[in-house]
Design a protein around this ligand. Structure first.
Ligand code: FDA
Length: 309
C-alpha cells in the first residue's frame, strides 16, 4: 500500500492538473511551511542565519525545476546570483552554499545554456567565497548532469555532485568520483524510477547506500552523507571510525524541517551538519516528493485539509 501511494504521489509530482489543484488548495501553504523556509531572499537569509546560530551549515535551494522557457532559466540564474550576494553581505557565505537543479536553469532546453547558467552561478559563489552542489534529478538526466559537473570542475573544482543509491550505476559512479577534493552527496534518490535502472525495494536501496558510502569513505574525496535514516547515520559513523576519517573530512546533510533534533545532536557532537533549505514559490514538486517519502506526511496533509474545510 505504501509503495502504491508513493508511486501515485511521484507520478502526481509531474502532473500539471494535480499541480494546479494542490497549489490552490487552502491547506497547502500551511503544510509547505513545514518543509520550505519562505518565498523571498530575505526569508532564505533569515532561515540560514538562524541555523548558523545553532552551529549548523546550510545549502540553499531556490525552488523550481523542469523549466521550459529561456526567460525562466535566466531568472532562476539571476535569483541564485542575488542570494549568493546576500549571503556574502550578511557574512554567512562561509557557512552556507547553494544547491542547483540543472533542469531549473535550462538543461531540458539546451545543455550548453544550462552549463553557461551554472557557470554564472559558480562565478557568483566563488566571489562570495562559497560552493555549489548540483542536485541530481531523474535518471534520464544523470549522464548530462555528470557531464556538466566535469566541465564545471575544470574551473571550479569544489562543485559538488549528488549520487542516488537507488540507481544500479551509482556504485561505479562513486568509484569514479571518490577522488581528492571531490565533494559527493550520497542520497537514496527521490524520483519514480523503473526496475531496469533502479533498485525497487527499501532493503535493496539501503544495501546499495552502504556499499556506495563505503566506497566514498574509503576514497580520497569529501563524502556528504545525506540521509535521515538513523540506521544509515550509525553505519556512517562506524565507517568514519574504520577509515580513520577526521571530523571535518566529511559531513552529514538533512532536509529543512526533517529530524531537526537529530541535526542539532550531531552538530553538538562536533559533526559538520548541513541543512538543505528550500525557498521560493515553486514548491509543488518538492512537496510531493517529501509527502511520498513518508506516509505519515500524507496523513498530516489530509488532517490539515479536514480542519480547513
Ligand atoms: P528514508 O526515506 O528511509 O527515511 C528515514 C527516516 O527519516 C524516516 O523513517 C523518517 O523518520 C525520516 N524522514 C525521511 N523523509 C522524511 C520526510 N519527507 N518527512 C518526514 N520524515 C522523513 N534526492 C534526489 O533524488 N536528488 C537530490 O539531489 C537529493 N538531494 C538531497 C539533499 C539532502 C540534503 C537530503 C537529505 C536528501 C536529498 N534527496 C535528494 C532526497 C533523498 O533522495 C531521499 O528521498 C530522502 O532523503 C529520504 O530518504 P532518507 O535517506 O532520509 O531515508
Amino acid at each position: 500500500m505504501t509503495d502504491v501511494l508513493r508511486a501515485a504521489l511521484l507520478t502526481a509530482s509531474r502532473n500539471e492538473t494535480v499541480r494546479r489543484i494542490v497549489e490552490n488548495a487552502p491547506v497547502s501553504r500551511s503544510v509547505v511551511r513545514r518543509f520550505v523556509a519562505g518565498t523571498s531572499v530575505d526569508d532564505a537569509v533569515r532561515a540560514t542565519a538562524g541555523l548558523v546560530r545553532e552551529g549548523l551549515t546550510v545549502s540553499l535551494d531556490r525552488l523550481g525545476e523542469d523549466t521550459t522557457e529561456v526567460g525562466h532559466a535566466d531568472a532562476t540564474t539571476k535569483a541564485y546570483v542575488t542570494v549568493l550576494g546576500a549571503l556574502a553581505e550578511r557574512e554567512l557565505s562561509t557557512r552556507a552554499e547553494v544547491s542547483v537543479k540543472l533542469s531549473a536553469v535550462g538543461q531540458a532546453l539546451d545543455e550548453s545554456m544550462a552549463l553557461d547558467n551554472a557557470r554564472a552561478i559558480c562565478e557568483a559563489a566563488a566571489a562570495a567565497g562559497t560552493t555549489v552542489t548540483l542536485d541530481m534529478e531523474d535518471h534520464t538526466t544523470t549522464d548530462s548532469t555528470l557531464g556538466i559537473l566535469r566541465e564545471l570542475r575544470t574551473d571550479f573544482p569544489w562543485v559538488g555532485a549528488v549520487l542516488q543509491a537507488y540507481l544500479h550505476r551509482t556504485e561505479a559512479d562513486c568509484r569514479d568520483l571518490a577522488t581528492a577534493g571531490s565533494r559527493v552527496r550520497l542520497c537514496k534518490g527521490a524520483y519514480k524510477e523503473p526496475p531496469g535502472v533502479a533498485f525497487q525495494s527499501r532493503l535493496d536501496v539501503d544495501k546499495s547506500y552502504v556499499r556506495c558510502l563505503r566506497v566514498l569513505m574509503e576514497g580520497a574525496g569529501y563524502p556528504m552523507v545525506a540521509t535521515h535514516d538513523p540506521r544509515l547515520v550509525r553505519i556512517a559513523c562506524t565507517l568514519v571510525d574504520r577509515t580513520d576519517r577526521a571530523k571535518g573530512s566529511y559531513e552529514f546533510q538533512m532536509l529543512y524541517g526533517i529530524r531537526p533534533q537529530e541535526q542539532r545532536r550531531l552538530a553538538e557532537d562536533g559533526e559538520t551538519v548541513r541543512v538543505y533549505v528550500p525557498y521560493g514559490d515553486e514548491w509543488y514538486g518538492y512537496l510531493m516528493r517529501r509527502l511520498a517519502e513518508r506516509p505519515a506526511n500524507v496523513v498530516f496533509f489530509l488532517r490539515a485539509l479536514a480542519t480547513t474545510t
